[in-house]
Ligand binder design. Structure first.
Ligand code: PLP
Length: 396
């Protein structure tokens, strides 16, 4: 009997467990100190009313002989897939219903998609980036090559000089909040088409994009249907982090060596997944309806306002920062030459703020720090003032 030895190649802990441990240790030592948590990227506002109503209605239906639903279609009910399809259509992206696969979230799909690829493909992973890309690739045995995001490239690395087969792109990016332009994504699509690589495009934060010139989907780029898979989620868009709903889009044209990836994914999903619960699919349908989208936009505006507050607090301090315009994340350089974990401890002690050390998002995140707009407004405003004072003091 042999275990999957790739697990031994993973870095030791999951970032947020490390943060949690250090915060718990601090709280034990200082029980009277109230902390503002601007670290973990979880939403805080409750579900919108139309979503709650749809979920309750569906739950009641399930308790009646005529409304009971057993196993649903593995790919998702037509009504929910059509709701996703309609959302894309609004931006001029035409998808076929059979290209949309529903799931319990983007994270599951990102992990599951590894089943489609042979073990020796090189994964190009943004650094800094969402740690799940590197970790799921390592678990599946793929060699990982980091693609460096830097201040010089605006944390939006391009394909020049890269050789890889599976390309992860995340826009708006976690943790940097950077968003690819059309030209930036076109360069990656051209690269993938030329090389026969597959792009895994993570659109989990697309609803935060405010600038109309920026693409929300890789499928807004010519040629992407032949080289890209898109992974979406209602977690941040509609507050579904605890409700769980995501989707993967695999266009019919996408094939590798004559095999359609969509067919493989259908086979994989029908084998390893029994779909998303009926009440959650009804809730997702409501979130994607006109009324639901209007309510969700309000929550997104609230989080963006918090992010602007944090960003504004850093302006003029002399410290580099980005994000927060089209993203709930603000990404900053640690002041006073501190490394990420030093600044984490410094901010905890001196400003009572919990943030996320950039080093947790890959080697390229060292020396940087992530703050999020997902907190409560009054607490975020007060924390922003403490943040500014602490950053200024650190540079003296
Ligand atoms: N993709 C990115 C970039 C994320 O930051 C997250 C969650 O924080 C996810 C995917 C996970 O989304 P879900 O909740 O749908 O699994």
């Amino acid at each position: 009997m042999e275990l999957n030895r790739n697990f031994a190649r993973l870095s030791s802990g999951y970032l947020f467990s490390d943060v949690g441990r250090r915060v718990a240790a601090f709280a034990e030592k200082h029980p009277d100190v109230e902390l503002t948590r601007l670290g973990i990227g979880d939403v805080t506002l409750p579900l919108a009313e139309p979503v709650v109503q749809a979920m309750c209605r569906a739950a009641r239906e399930m308790g009646t002989p005529e409304g009971f639903h057993g196993y649903g279609p593995e790919q998702g009910y037509s009504f929910a897939r059509q709701a996703v399809q309609a959302q894309y259509a609004q931006r001029g992206v035409v998808l076929l219903e059979e290209e949309i696969f529903l799931s319990d979230g983007a994270k599951s799909d990102l992990g599951g998609l590894m089943d489609l690829f042979g073990p020796h493909n090189i994964a190009l992973v943004p650094d800094p980036g969402y740690p799940v890309y590197a970790d799921t690739s390592v678990m599946a045995g793929h060699p990982v090559r980091f693609v460096q995001g830097t201040q010089a490239n605006g944390f939006l690395p391009g394909p020049d000089g890269q050789t890889g087969d599976i390309v992860y792109l995340c826009s708006p990016g976690n943790p940097t909040g950077a968003v690819y332009t059309r030209e930036g994504l076109t360069a990656w699509v051209e690269y993938a088409l030329e090389r026969g690589a597959v792009i895994l495009f993570d659109a989990a934060y697309e609803s935060f994009i405010q600038d109309d010139t920026l693409p929300h989907s890789i499928f807004e780029i010519e040629g992407a249907r032949r080289c890209a898979v898109e992974i979406g989620s209602l977690s941040k868009t509609a507050g579904f982090t605890g409700t769980r709903f995501g989707y993967t889009v695999i266009p019919q044209e996408l094939e590798c060596q004559g095999i359609h990836l969509r067919d493989l994914w259908l086979r994989r999903q029908s084998t390893k997944c029994n779909g998303v619960s009926y009440p959650v699919q009804r809730a997702a349908q409501a979130a994607l309806s006109e009324e639901g989208r209007a309510a969700c936009r309000k929550a997104v505006a609230y989080y963006l306002d918090n992010a602007h507050t944090l960003r504004a607090a850093l302006e003029g301090t002399g410290v580099f920062c980005c994000g927060g315009d089209n993203s709930p994340y603000v990404w900053m350089q640690c002041p006073g030459g501190m490394d990420s974990w030093q600044f984490f401890e410094y901010l905890l002690k001196n400003a009572r703020i919990v943030g996320t050390p950039g080093a947790g998002f890959g080697p390229g995140g060292e020396g940087y720090f992530r703050l999020t707009g997902f907190g409560e407004r009054t607490a975020t405003r007060a924390a922003a003032e403490r943040l500014r004072a602490a950053v200024l003091a650190a540079q003296k």
